[in-house]
Every structure is written in structure tokens, then in C-alpha cells.
Write a protein that binds this ligand. Structure first.
Ligand code: NAD
Length: 280
């Protein structure tokens, strides 16, 4: 990080899948967002990271990739979000993609959730995604399309908990279900103008958020959850970054409106142990 708070990093020349693209990542200081910043920078993107908290560490990237900038941002703050997008446009002239990874855990059975807790989760996870998408898409609509008619790609991060219920999920599941449908609507509303919108629905990913949820005393629940993933492990942040990379890249030029589970088979269906019983 240099004296202006900017992180500097780099990557190998050759075929990089986001060469020259300008990409905003919210929630960039930890977990999935941080992995996205690192992967996109390696793939040649100019990355603008934004988070409520500064990055805890330098990025794990070679020294020859484009600059990565960082801004403090509360995704609930519309004025600050609008200003950040304006700053990106001022510096780079366009914005080709966004990944909305800022989010918080939360929830509980409804009768145990107080209004403030509900509002916090919905405000950050759902309204924050809306505000980021709103100002990014506004900028995308003003920029010229590429040769393929594309103006930009929006990637939101929901969850498997936005596709199905989870015990005690309440506000978290409601927020993530909202992100799934918001994203589909973005795909419908802006497809004609060349903006694609897709949602990634991660399974349980080994990040600081998850480690915070499954503290001491939660070992059995954690093991049950690992078992629900048919690959019998938690996901890695880099595996979500790989999916986001695909959705931002031209390889996904005909993909829009998808809610893509990246979940090790978590949502594939129930596993009642029959195949194990049969010796598989
Ligand atoms: N880890 C999982 O198992 C998992 C599974 C499915 C979905 N998700 C989602 O993926 C996203 C990233 O989660 P993660 O596991 O990397 O969590 P994380 O806690 O490691 O990272 C989340 C980041 O969001 C930032 N953030 C929180 N509130 C913010 C705000 N108001 N404004 C700006 N930034 C804010 C935090 O400072 C943090 O850096 C979240 O939306 C989360 O709900 C995570």
C-alpha cells in the first residue's frame, strides 16, 4: 500500500481474461471480495476495491499488473456510492463490471430478531446491493457499447440461502432472496442496452464471516453443514472469484439473469446416504 492508501499490484502478460476492464468490488477487504480483487488484478483488470473497513493485508499478486485502488465505503450510503462511481469514471473513463460482495451475516428465528438487527442485515445485503447496482448501471448506460453491443456486467453475491430456506435464516435469507430477484430484474431491465446481470449463490465458504458464525460450541452444526455439500467440504473464496471472473468476462457474453449456485452440490438435492450404504 502506498502513502495514499492505494494498493499496488501486478500480473503476467499474455492472455488475461479481464485485460483493461475497469471493475468495482465492494466488500473488498475480506473473504470473497478480497479474493475477487486478487483474481481480477491477475487477469489484467483495473480494480477499484471498496469496503467499510480498510484491507487487513497487502494483496497476493505479482508486481506487474494494473493498479488496484481502495476506497472506504459504506454501501448503505447512496451519496458516497454515487461519488465513488463518479471518481472511477473520472480516473478511468468507464466502468465495465462490478461485484457486490459487501455483506453481513445475521438472522435467527423471527420471534427472536429485533427490528434493528433485521434492518441492519436488509440494509447492507439488499439495499447496499441495490444502491451499488443503481449507480454502476447508470454509468454503464452512458458509455459506448463494445463491438458485441456490451456495456457492462453486474455480478451480485447472494447465497444458497437466497435459493432455499435455512433454519434460523430469517433476515439473512430474506436479504439474499431479494438479491436473487433484484439481479434477475436488472437483467430484464437493462439487457437491451447491453448490460448483463447475474447472481452467484455461494455455498458455505471458508471466510472470516463463516468463522465468526461457527464459533466454539458450533462444531457439530459446522460438520452437518459440510456434509450437506456433496463435495464434503467448504468452498474457498478463490472458487467464488473464479465464477465471478467468468461472469465478468466476454466468455459469459450470452449469460444474463442467472442465479448460479457455486456450492459444491449443496442445492443439488437431499443425500440420504443410500449410495454410501451401497458401498459407493
Ligand atoms: N462465507 C460464506 O459462507 C458465504 C456464503 C454465501 C454468501 N456469502 C456472501 O458473500 C459476501 C462476502 O462474504 P464473506 O464471507 O467474504 O464475508 P467477510 O465478512 O469475509 O467479508 C465481507 C466484507 O464486507 C464488508 N462490509 C460489511 N458491511 C459493509 C458495508 N456496510 N459497506 C461496505 N462493506 C461492508 C466487510 O467489512 C467485509 O470486508 C457476503 O454478501 C455474504 O453474505 C458468504
Amino acid at each position: 500500500m502506498d502513502s495514499t492508501g492505494r494498493l499496488r499490484c501486478c500480473s503476467m502478460a499474455g492472455t488475461r481474461r479481464l485485460d483493461g476492464k475497469v471493475v468495482l468490488v465492494t466488500g473488498s477487504s475480506s473473504g470473497i471480495g478480497e479474493a475477487c480483487v486478487e483474481r481480477f488484478a491477475r487477469e489484467g483488470a483495473i480494480v477499484a476495491g471498496a469496503d467499510l473497513n480498510p484491507p487487513a493485508r497487502g494483496l497476493d499478486v505479482p508486481d506487474d499488473v494494473p493498479a488496484v485502488s481502495f476506497s472506504l465505503l459504506d454501501v448503505r450510503d447512496e451519496g458516497a456510492t454515487e461519488q465513488l462511481v463518479a471518481d472511477i469514471l473520472g480516473e478511468h473513463g468507464r466502468i465495465d463490471g462490478v461485484v457486490t460482495a459487501a455483506g453481513v451475516a445475521g438472522g435467527g428465528p423471527a420471534h427472536m430478531v429485533d427490528e434493528q438487527q433485521w434492518d441492519l442485515v436488509l440494509d447492507i445485503n439488499l439495499k447496499g446491493t441495490f444502491l451499488t447496482a443503481k449507480h454502476v448501471v447508470t454509468a454503464m448506460l452512458r458509455q459506448a457499447p463494445d463491438g458485441d453491443g456490451q456495456r457492462g456486467s453486474i455480478v451480485t453475491i447472494a447465497s444458497v440461502e437466497g435459493l432455499e430456506g435455512t433454519a434460523g435464516g430469517s433476515s439473512y435469507n430474506a436479504s439474499k432472496g431479494g438479491v436473487v430477484l433484484l439481479t434477475k430484474n436488472l437483467a430484464i431491465d437493462y439487457g437491451r442496452q447491453g448490460v448483463r446481470a447475474n447472481c452467484i449463490c455461494p455455498g458455505f465458504i471458508d471466510t472470516p464471516m463463516l468463522r465468526g458464525v461457527f464459533g466454539p460450541g458450533m462444531e457439530e452444526t459446522r460438520a452437518d453443514i459440510v456434509h450437506e455439500h456433496k463435495l464434503r467440504r467448504l468452498g474457498r473464496p478463490s472458487e467464488i472469484a473464479s465464477a465471478a471472473l467468468f461472469l465478468l468476462s466476454n466468455d459469459a457474453s450470452f449469460v444474463s439473469g442467472a442465479a448460479l449456485p457455486v456450492d459444491g452440490g449443496y442445492t443439488a438435492g437431499r443425500d440420504h446416504g443410500v449410495t454410501e450404504m451401497l458401498g459407493l
